[in-house]
Design a protein around this ligand. Structure first.
Ligand code: SF4
Length: 335
């Protein structure tokens, strides 16, 4: 692929501006950049499907991206996570990574492996990439491809993960697996498979009611009882080589595995994405100081000592189904 030449940048950029500081004194270190709103997959749970339909005509220009990166670096940012759509499709994807490294940022990408499955591209991108979160939603092509609704998706993403580890020994390969009713029974095998591929971190993402997943939430979301029964089986399926994290799962549902809650390991972030404003479409930042995205507290949470750390249950779940299973924790993390 021919790519325009990138202007040299002075690097690393010292933090010359006041950092963004949260309500409890947290410093904003992480930038999540929605680089593109296009993707070859058609995942049944895609959180971005509406924005992809709406914003496809507005590709992010190099000038905008470079400004966002420089602003973040001068505010003391240390980490860039690139997401989409499928971000590796962006024609300046490697330039974005390269600039981020020259600004002194750690780089990661959330990907279904579209371009990283190609050896020449992967070789070039990996020079500037520290970590990737590969989306793998089943232990085999039948399970994964049924959810991404594209034949060949499983082969592509597993090729990309294997290739990254071959080309860059020590590369931080992580896996994100979205948990739905359709693939829940295969979760233990999925985790064992991801671990066998060499993933050092596996994030099990409970169906989040956003985009297509909000429209189909009743068909996709796993009942809390089934989720609770699945957790110990999932943990037992791995050999302890990969770190597990449960995203979007109430802390009390995790039982003895509650320390695997992603709520305990979440960093504040500024998410830069396209958004509709009155009379305009803007490429703008959303500052998030906690991981409470679409999650709410129910009556049981009132007396819970973990309220504020655990962010509760998804709002759509509480709207549709009983939450009697949630149990307040009365003695901190040891209960
Ligand atoms: S009772 Fe509510 S706040 Fe407490 S762990 Fe359960 S979901 Fe979280």
């Amino acid at each position: 692929m021919n790519r325009p030449r990138v202007e040299p940048a002075s690097a690393p950029v010292p933090a010359t501006e006041t950092p963004w500081i949260g309500p409890h004194g947290e410093i904003m270190r992480r930038l999540e950049l929605h680089l593109t709103y296009t993707c070859p997959e058609r995942c049944v749970f895609c959180s971005e499907d509406k924005r992809m339909a709406q914003y496809k005509p507005y590709p992010v220009t190099w000038g905008r991206v470079a400004k966002v990166l420089r602003d973040h670096a001068t505010r003391g940012g240390t980490h860039l996570h690139i997401t989409g759509g499928e971000p590796s499709i962006h024609p300046r994807f490697i330039d974005v990574l390269s600039l981020a490294k020259r600004l002194g940022l750690q780089t990661s990408v959330g990907t279904i492996g579209t371009m990283l499955s190609r050896e020449a591209f992967a070789r070039e991108a990996l020079e500037h990439l520290d970590e990737a979160l590969f989306s793998i939603h089943g232990p085999d092509a039948a399970t994964h491809d049924a959810l991404t609704r594209r034949e060949g998706s499983f082969v592509q993403v597993t090729t990309a993960l294997r290739r990254a580890l071959e080309l860059k020994p020590g590369f931080r390969a992580a896996v994100n697996t979205v948990l739905t009713r359709q693939n829940a029974a295969r979760l233990p095998e999925t985790l064992a498979f991801a671990e066998s591929l060499g993933a050092g971190l596996i994030v099990i993402s409970n169906t989040t009611p956003e985009g297509a997943a909000e429209d189909a939430y009743a068909e996709l979301a796993l009942p809390l009882e089934e989720l609770q029964a699945l957790v110990p089986k999932a943990v037992a399926a791995t050999r302890g080589r990969a770190i597990l994290r449960f995203f979007g799962v109430p802390y009390c549902v995790l039982g003895e595995h509650k320390l695997l809650s992603n709520d305990l390991h979440w960093d504040p972030r500024v998410t830069v994405e396209w958004a509709s404003k009155p009379g305009a479409v803007v490429f703008d930042g959303v500052w998030s100081w906690d991981c409470g995205r679409r999650r709410v507290y129910v009556e049981a949470c009132g007396g819970c000592s973990m309220k504020g750390v655990c962010r509760g249950v998804f709002d759509k779940y509480a709207e549709l189904w009983p939450t009697d299973l949630l149990r307040p924790i009365t003695s901190g993390a040891s209960t």
